[in-house]
Design a protein around this ligand. Structure first.
Ligand SMILES: Cc1ncc(COP(=O)(O)O)c(C=O)c1O
Length: 488
């Protein structure tokens, strides 16, 4: 046979060909047996690195993670199996097809929910460090270490994280986990209001406009017990300052969100005599500058916005030990009788997640640097387009010095609080819906319908579609008659 170089090669004999083929087939067989077939590895350690019962689960997890969804979807272990018996891709909004490669043209942007999918790429990048194996017998018991309902080790790591980030003083506080911080909203209202048999009037639960709607919704579910939703702080501000008869001997429970959902403003309690529940869901360096560690008596945090694990449902409240022990006991008993603590599987998974965050603080893979970069760039892009508009405007957020990053950082809010400026756009939610943008009306936040909340936390795909629709909306202004835009 002539080679390209012009030399001459002798043809291999047919026997050698058969020998090579047979060796290749054997090699493939062994590779399949030891590296792919789970049963083969149960009897032998070939390629299993000493693993036995965890190996099948690890293989399944990796097989699912390796599926190709074109970067616009994911396959999950508990996804619904298709015709081939395997779960298929679950595509991001506006994408479809077996591997999510088809994009729907002119798709509606859904910027309603605060689903923190912007952190998904971080966790896929840290797949190895954040993976946990949960055995079939992992913490079957109602109780964990020391007979408690919560993991001592997770609690210790969360305390360490607050210390290292410098966003809250928690050493002198009790820490109680709940099924998301949503569960703890009512636990705290229950604890801070009077016991049912003490003859006092119901406690008034209030918040400042614009407030996170579940405070009102959840309190409303139990209205008429020992507390009721009693409007907004501006109604009570005068009365509490002058201690008039309306507020004498009255318990006022004030919800404070800092930074605020929806407008990212850092807040303090405004009613002097209230018992404040300070929700710090977003008080982490990816969403806000950290001027000082928070140190209120009663604080709420959630993994949902910290690490992005909304589906794991783990929130926690911190409770200053100097507070009335009876009240602390009522808060603890609520969670105990309501759910007997947060899921132990979730606590194990969150322990792994907090360890990854701690190990990477201030390094190249710092979750807060990653999160801040993503959210800052989204805010920049949105602000640039909206700055050309006379129809819609955004809240203003100045750059501020951050104690965590040790520098002035640009704004990176979780939400845009959009105002519709035209007289006829009285219902901003409806105005944006007509432009194919789904938002959350300001009315639910106790604010005017001229405002609506736009979520910036979702996936890159969601944000890209949002930018397309907002750009269309703003571009359309230049084709409108001058009279149409003069009514700001
Ligand atoms: C201010 C605030 N608090 C609490 C929560 C609820 O978080 P979780 O998922 O822990 O229930 C949210 C979620 O959007 C929020 O915005």
């Amino acid at each position: 046979m002539e080679t390209a170089e012009g030399g001459r090669q002798s043809r291999p004999p047919a026997g050698a060909f058969l020998l090579y083929s047979s060796l290749l087939i054997n090699a493939l067989f062994f590779a399949h047996y030891f590296l792919i077939s789970p049963t083969g590895l149960d009897d032998d350690d070939g390629g299993s690195c000493g693993l036995s019962w965890a190996l099948k689960a690890a293989r399944e997890a990796e097989a699912v993670a390796a599926a190709d969804c074109s970067g616009h979807g994911q396959v999950f272990l508990d996804g619904v199996p298709g015709d081939d018996g395997r779960p298929g891709c679950e595509c991001n909004t506006c994408f479809s097809g077996a591997n999510c490669s088809l994009r729907s043209p002119n798709c509606t942007a859904d910027a309603n929910s605060g689903n923190p999918m912007f952190l998904e790429p971080y966790w896929t990048r840290h797949a190895a460090a954040s993976a946990v194996v949960v055995s079939g017998w992992h913490r079957l018991s109602y109780r964990t270490t020391d007979g408690l309902f919560q993991s001592v080790e997770l609690e210790n790591h969360i305390r360490r994280l607050h210390g290292a980030v410098g966003n809250a003083v928690v050493d002198d506080k009790r820490l109680v986990f709940g099924a998301g911080s949503t569960q703890l909203i009512n636990a705290l209202v229950h604890a801070l209001s009077s016991p049912p048999d003490d003859g006092s009037a119901p406690a008034s639960v209030v918040a400042t406009v614009p407030y996170y709607p579940p405070y009102k919704e959840q309190t409303g579910m139990f209205d008429g017990r020992k507390y009721r939703w009693d409007g907004t702080t501006d109604t009570w501000a005068n009365a509490t300052t002058h201690h008039n008869s309306t507020t004498k001997n009255k318990t006022i429970i004030e919800f404070v969100t800092s930074p605020n959902n929806p407008d990212a403003v850092l807040h303090r309690p405004v009613l002097a005599s209230s018992a404040a529940i300070v929700d710090h869901a977003y008080y982490w360096p990816h969403f806000t500058h950290i001027p000082a560690p928070a140190d209120e008596d009663v604080m709420l945090f959630t993994m949902t916005k910290l690490s992005g694990h909304a589906g794991s449902r783990l929130g926690y409240k911190t409770w200053a030990l100097i507070r009335d022990e009876k009240v602390a006991k009522r808060a603890y008993e609520y969670v105990q009788s309501n759910t007997m603590g947060a899921s132990r599987d979730t606590q194990l998974r969150m322990l792994g997640v907090v360890k990854v965050m701690l190990a990477n603080l201030h390094g190249d893979e710092d979750i807060f640097a990653f999160g801040h970069d993503v959210m800052r760039s989204r805010w920049r892009r949105l602000s640039a387009v909206v700055s050309r508009s006379r129809r819609v405007s955004l809240q203003e957020i100045p750059p501020q010095f951050c104690n965590y990053f040790k520098r002035i950082r640009e704004p990176s809010p979780a939400y845009a609080w959009v105002k519709c400026e035209r007289e006829e756009d009285e219902d901003c939610y409806e105005a944006l819906l007509k432009a194919n943008i789904i938002t959350r009306s300001g009315v639910g936040y106790g604010a005017s319908s001229r405002y609506t909340r736009v979520s910036l936390l979702k996936s890159d795909d969601d944000f890209d579609v949002l930018m397309e629709r907002v750009t269309d909306l703003v571009n359309a202004e230049q084709y409108e008659a001058p009279d149409d835009s003069s009514s700001m």
